[in-house]
Design a protein around this ligand. Structure first.
Ligand code: BG6
Length: 482
């Protein structure tokens, strides 16, 4: 295995993301020797922790994540961790940080390589990027930066943040995280489409009637009401995860599977993205909030949520392209909190053709992303002892053991960062288009808000608002998953 030398600086080292995801993932990469003797991590955050205390936190994070670990591995791993209490606005702190990075670089022979990781509240991203540039924190080797979501709140703020980051980093060194791109079945969309002649040959508007993406969650907004009020379901889930999934489904086959070819194919597709008109928005989009007769489950009763909030916790809508294999095919999406169950899936609904048996089911291809990783295809056959059509599903799935051993999405993505593979990260050209689309909807909703008392409501732990059943283009369409 390769052993990549680098000093990693994590902004938000005491945070939840670092604790739950980054430290366990780094530990696994360490056990695989991808990072080993020549790496060190500097955690920064406001709290005045010592190196020792920080290492205990990292060790705890690993024990919480893994059932069984070799204690020696954990101990050795933790010796690579250093902590610096850091105020993101203080020039001096960046100077100290730079010196510490240099000192560790010498000690670990890290060859001037730096990995910066923005894992704190997004409002600080721009400030940190600006200081990285002004206090010249970049090293003499490779310099990469990982940026968590959300990347801006609309196109204007995303552009501003991008300017601040590109002052020190080239586009190919910026790794904008979308954790859905680390999910096994999202990474399976391209192989499914391009390695199966059976599927490749029907992946077009002659055969596909529509595509339906559902990202449903059982949980409400929990303790994140403050953030969620500034976001809503459209920005939180559609701007990133749903759009990346759609792009993988609708793009042309890339010339090869290199990062640049994949991003090129995405870009070409997105150039033909149809920005919805007001009429489209009225007909094919729905937003709503969870609320029940029992108010304890109501969004507007959540902590840090305004009593008269018009923030949507559910959104459904339609995406279309003017080019590519799915030209003019409706791609419907819906996502919401407090649904019946956690379920992330893609249903590809094929057109019917006439057949001599009367009724036949449509051949649906379903890609289930969570909770199970599997693909199934609906087939028609004969009923055994009576006339008529019987329906069966062909299933492609991972075994329970494979599922249990599946590397966490973050581990895969961090590995990609260390190996310099940006295939599964969001390129600026994609992000820009996503925001253009989202901004159009947000602008329309802002206008509409002046005229409405409240958003449509939906009962918790069911299938969302009934209004979402009427977003389709034709009366013969309906949600396959219900
Ligand atoms: C995050 C959103 O990006 O994705 C959360 O901010 C959401 O609101 C989460 O709960 C869902 O991710 P997953 O992997 O649980 O489907």
């Amino acid at each position: 295995a390769k052993n990549i030398p680098a000093i990693m600086i994590i902004f938000g080292g005491s945070g939840d993301l670092a604790h739950r995801k980054l430290y366990p993932s780094l530990f696994n990469l360490y056990r695989q020797n991808l990072i080993h003797d020549n790496f060190a991590v500097i955690g920064t955050a406001r709290r005045p922790w010592s190196h020792e205390y920080f290492r205990e936190q990292v060790s705890d994070a690993i024990h919480e994540f893994f059932d069984e670990v070799d204690e020696n591995d954990v101990k050795n791993f933790c010796t690579h961790f250093y902590y610096q209490s850091h105020d993101v606005t203080s020039v001096e702190h960046y100077v100290t940080l730079k010196e510490l990075a240099q000192e560790l670089d010498d000690r670990y022979s890290a060859q001037g390589n730096r990995l910066f990781y923005m894992a704190m509240a997004p409002k600080f991203f721009g400030t940190i990027a600006t200081h990285i540039n002004d206090q010249k924190l970049v090293g003499s080797g490779f310099n990469r930066i990982v940026v968590e979501k959300p990347f801006g709140r609309d196109l204007a703020t995303a552009e501003e943040l991008n300017r601040q980051i590109t002052a020190s980093f080239d586009e190919e060194d910026i790794f904008r995280i979308d954790h859905y791109l680390g999910k096994e079945m999202v990474q399976n969309i391209m192989p499914l489409r391009f390695s199966n002649p059976l599927i490749k040959s029907i992946w077009n508007s002659d055969h596909i009637k529509n595509i339906q993406i559902t990202l449903a969650e059982r949980l409400g907004v929990e303790a994140r009401g403050g953030y969620y009020e500034t976001s809503g379901a459209l920005r939180d889930m559609v701007q990133n995860h749903i759009f990346q999934i759609i792009t993988l489904l609708a793009m042309d086959e890339p010339k090869d599977i290199s990062s640049s070819s994949v991003h090129q194919a995405k870009k070409e597709l997105l150039d033909s993205l149809v920005i919805p008109s007001e009429e489209d928005l009225k007909k094919h989009f729905v937003r709503a909030q969870y609320a029940g007769s029992d108010t304890t489950f109501a969004y507007r009763n959540e902590p840090n949520v305004a009593e008269d909030s018009k923030t949507e916790t559910f959104v459904a809508g339609e995406v279309k392209f003017q080019k590519g294999p799915l030209k003019d095919v409706p791609i419907y999406f819906r996502t919401g909190k407090e649904f019946r169950e956690k379920m992330s899936r893609i249903d590809i609904v094929l057109k019917h053709s006439s057949n001599p048996y009367g009724f036949a089911h449509s051949n649906n291809i379903t890609i289930e992303i969570d909770p199970k990783s599997r693909i199934y295809i609906t087939l028609n056959g004969k009923k055994i002892s009576e006339p008529g059509i019987r329906r069966e599903d062909l299933v492609y799935g991972l075994t329970d053991q494979e599922l249990a051993q599946l590397p966490d999405g973050y581990e895969k993505l961090l590995r990609d960062v260390i190996l310099n593979d940006s295939t599964n990260f969001t390129h600026w050209s994609e992000l820009k288009r996503f925001w253009e689309y989202i901004d159009t909807i947000e602008d329309y909703w802002t206008k509409e808000n002046a005229e409405i008392e409240e958003l449509p409501q939906y009962a918790p732990y069911r299938m969302g608002p009934k209004e979402a059943n009427h977003i389709f283009e034709s009366p013969t369409e309906r949600w396959i998953y219900e």
